[in-house]
Design a protein around this ligand. Structure first.
Ligand SMILES: O=P(O)(O)O[C@@H]1C[C@H](O)[C@@H](CO)O1
Length: 277
């Protein structure tokens, strides 16, 4: 904390190819993850590995330009460690973003899915960042997860999309986290589709679980970067370069949406280091 005068109210986690969200911050202080005690290193292309503090539309923000994934070999505690750091810094609202493949027929590459709910597949089989002794200072042993994606922020985002003329690109949906790093087989894609999953990715759910446990308000969005192949007749296949490319193509739209959301969200102005925890 002695290294920056910023006391963030809002934290943003940038998904694959979405690191440009940090560029919107003014009066930046930036730190390489390698210089932050306890932070793992980013190993994935499109995840720069920097924590950027700055101002945006009158709010103080901190932005993770690069997230940590379970498939990189980090424990789930390590992948979600920054979320607890944000809580301790006084952050109230977490914005999580990711790149995801669509299973829903109505979601095309380049669309933005506002996350309404998630299916945490690793969590369902016991791979949960909250496993182990509960730290009561952060939250309860058995936290509720219904309503973990704030309804007010979801409505606000849809409203902003209308005003910005991009409502046709945007809809709500259910995100599922799988472990990765391989993309889905066709049989897995069909299974996820039948289960009611709209988009699939390899992150986000553990961060949201930890954020909800410690009382952060959460907004999540998935940039749809590809359609998940569901047919044996389909010769297309997904790759990470293509995922990053869609991020580049949609950077302005995502930046404008997130900027306006931050500008219009209400904050309690409790931006001091969180001594309660
Ligand atoms: O960090 P996110 O969830 O945006 O990254 C997605 C999932 C994989 O890490 C990668 C696949 O292209 O993008």
């Amino acid at each position: 904390m002695s290294q920056t005068r910023h006391r963030p109210q809002v934290a943003i986690i940038c998904g694959s190819g979405l690191g440009m969200l940090a560029d919107t911050l003014k009066c930046q202080d930036s730190f390489a993850y390698s210089d932050i005690p306890g932070f793992p290193q980013s190993t994935v292309q499109g995840h720069a590995g920097r924590l950027v503090f700055g101002e945006l539309k009158g709010k103080t923000c901190v932005c993770m330009q690069g997230r940590f994934h379970m498939y990189e070999g980090h424990s789930l505690c390590k992948t979600t460690f920054p979320v607890r750091v944000f809580k301790l810094l006084g952050v109230e609202t977490l914005i999580v973003t990711n790149a995801a493949g669509s299973l829903a027929d109505g979601l095309q590459p380049g669309d933005i899915m506002i996350i309404k709910d998630h299916v945490n597949f690793p969590g369902l089989v016991g791979l949960n960042p909250l496993s182990g002794p509960n730290d009561d200072k952060f939250g309860p042993r058995f936290p509720a997860m219904s309503g973990c994606y704030d309804k007010g922020l979801r409505c606000l985002a849809l409203d902003i999309a209308k005003q910005q003329g991009v409502a046709s690109l945007m809809q709500e949906g259910v995100y599922a986290m799988v472990g990765g790093p391989n993309f889905e087989t066709i049989a897995e894609a069909r299974l996820l589709h039948r289960l009611g999953v709209d988009a699939v990715g390899m992150s986000t759910a553990p961060e949201v679980v930890v954020a909800t446990h410690c009382g952060l308000r959460v907004f999540g969005l998935s940039l749809i970067t590809n359609k998940v192949v569901k047919s044996y007749e389909d010769s297309e296949s997904v790759n990470h370069e293509g995922v990053l490319e869609v991020g580049r193509l949609r950077s302005n739209t995502v930046q404008q949406l997130v900027t306006e959301l931050i500008s219009r969200m209400e904050i309690n102005n409790n931006n001091t280091i969180n001594n309660a925890v």
